[in-house]
Design a protein around this ligand. Sequence first.
Ligand code: ATP
Ligand code: MG
Length: 137
Amino acid sequence: LERTFSIIKPDAVKRNLIGQIVSKLEQNGLKIIASKMVFLTVQEAKGFYAEHDGKPFFDTLIKNMTAGPIIVQVLEGDDAIAKNREIMGPTDPEKAPAGSIRKEYAISMQQNSVHGSDSPESAQREISYFFSEIEVF
Ligand code: ATP
Ligand code: MG
C-alpha cells in the first residue's frame, strides 16, 4: 500500500468538476484518506512548485494555481503514485488517452485540472507541505 498527494487545480474547481474527478480516483481503486479545500497565496504556490522556479512556464503556473481555491488530497492504494498519474494522463491533455482525467477535463497544459506526485520523495514532501499529523493518519 502506497500514498500519494493529489491536487484538484483551480480550473477544475471553478468548473464544478470536484465530484467527477474524485469519482474517477475512487473508481480506479484509490482511497481518499485526507482531503480539504485551500486557497494558496503566491508564496505558498511558489514554495510548492520550487523545482520549476526559473522555467518559462513558472509565472503562468503560479498565476493559475492561485486563481481560486484548490482541493488537496492524500490518496492511498496499491502503487498509488503511478496509478494516480495513469488516471490523470500526461501533462499535455492533447496527448492524454481517452478516459483519463486530463483528456476529459483539462483545458490546456497550464490548466490541466490535476496534480499528482511523481515519486515517493515528492509524495512525502507534498503531503507534509499541506497536512499535519492529525489530519493524515
Ligand atoms: P503536476 O506536477 O502538476 O502533476 P506534471 O508532473 O505532469 O504535473 P510538471 O512537469 O511537474 O508536470 O509541471 C508542473 C505543471 O506545470 C504542469 O502540470 C503544467 O500545468 C505546467 N507545465 C509543465 N510543463 C509545461 C510546459 N512545457 N508548458 C506549459 N506548462 C507546463
Ligand atoms: Mg510534476
